[in-house]
Design a protein around this ligand. Sequence first.
Ligand code: LIP
Length: 264
Amino acid sequence: MTASHDLLELAVDIAREAGELAARRREAGVSIAATKSAIADIVTEADREVEDLIRRRIADARPDDGFLGEESGAGESRSGITWVVDPIDGTVNYAYGIPAYAVSIAVVEGPPEPGEWTALAGVVFNPVSGELFRASRGEGAWLGDRRLAVNDPVSAAGALLATGFGYDPATHAGDLARLAKVMPLARDIRRMGAASLDLASVAAGRLDGYFERGLHPWDHAAGALLVQEADGLVGGIGGAPVGRAMTIAAGPDLFARLVSVIRE
Ligand code: LIP
């Protein structure tokens, strides 16, 4: 069994426990703990509680590993391994009771920076649907016992694309202008509100492609590995690595067309 597979098994175990806690707290009623970058950028008490659980489980199992989480920040790695965690991706969906949110856990080696790290394992778990998407480096992406593959090439009818919009209203005009430029490639657009589930959907062939500006490392770290292990491509503008500037994910043919259209 490879080291990546062992890390994946631990990540799956932790994601399941974290997801079940998130679902229980959702059933009991959600309280908004604070807003962050903008009034729409909320954090719930459950976000914090779920991340605390994940961080404790990792520290107990692998005390020398680093941590990079949406709610509690960074912890330095002594092992060269860092866990990149979004405890509840799709927080606004979660707060409204929309069943499209996920625990996203990635395990990376090297600098905890997208484009510099090597992703070893990734899990995206939607506790409402019970769907747990998983991947380990070189061992494929899976949903249950189904191996995942991106759509490539894409239907002549056009691409089913997903995107998202940042919390800051000042960015919306640019996001909408970019969407207008991409529309000639699309048969339709989806806006699901959770980047990790968008990326998992590309890996599973439920979407042809996804693009979004402004994502944080914890939003895309696990989902990007799912897409790559499903023979898709993930990157930024003009061949840059995935990052805050842009995240683009699709099969090779559509990926090239999206990169060509999305230039800033
Ligand atoms: C969300 C992303 C989503 C994006 C939202 C937000 P969060 O992450 O998953 O794709 O459109 O603006 O960034 O805040 O729910 O963890």
